[in-house]
Ligand binder design. Sequence first.
Ligand SMILES: C[S@@+](CC[C@H](N)C(=O)[O-])C[C@H]1O[C@@H](n2cnc3c(N)ncnc32)[C@H](O)[C@@H]1O
Length: 257
Amino acid sequence: MNKGNDDTSYAMNSTVQWEIISFGKTIIEEALLRLSSSTDIKSMGIADLGCSSGPNTLSVISEIMDVVRATCGHLGRPVPEFRLYLNDLYSNDFNYLFMSLPAFYKRLKEEKDIAVASHCFISGVPGSFYGRLFPTNTLHLVYFFSSLHWLSQVPVGLESYALEHLNKGKVYISKSSPQSVLNAYSMQFQADFSGFMKSSQELVPGGRMVLSFLGRNSIDPAAAEACYQWELLAKALMSLVKEGLIEEEKLDSFNTP
Ligand SMILES: C[S@@+](CC[C@H](N)C(=O)[O-])C[C@H]1O[C@@H](n2cnc3c(N)ncnc32)[C@H](O)[C@@H]1O
């Protein structure tokens, strides 16, 4: 994602992802209700995996704290301390995220209460969520918003250094892609997702995971609902090739993970 907060940054272009988060909020709330009412948690570990560097990640945290606070108040239990882990790839703009923290803590103190604000410990965890990020039994709640559809790598056989370019003029699965391209994406997804599902030892027993990522209703992997934006991008890149601004070889060799 683009760094900082200028016009082309993720921070200034993440309202669609905020809409997606809004759809998933009730599921997070349900997970928190079950967690908070099942045991008396003293220190709640929560991880946003693929948090990026926009405002969405801190807004979700703020809403989570509201739900936990309300639930604990209802049950007559003390509010736990919050260990909040913000994860993304090493290249993520963590500086931008950390620079937003003073204003965030100030708002917490003003709008919630000082005790809650001083029991909120936020840290950055750089690395891929396809590998181990946390010690065993660290987390009570883990959530992914608009991040888990990214594969761990470009599918095997479609890498830029492959001897033959199988998906010429395209950057993702497309109506005109050969079956070998569809198979490569499918195999990479299955390898990544099944590996990911096996790595749940980072959660405490009874911990909750909320996954929200792109899907499709059609069984056709090249259906417009799943691929349209990538078709448009490929067309735009192709017109740059025709104008001589991009080498055709570069477009032919590129496939998005
Ligand atoms: C579209 S952004 C979503 C950000 C945020 N969750 C939101 O809803 O606004 C997707 C993020 O997932 C991150 N991501 C993709 N693959 C990842 C991986 N393997 N490990 C950690 N983060 C990853 C990207 O770097 C990017 O910042």
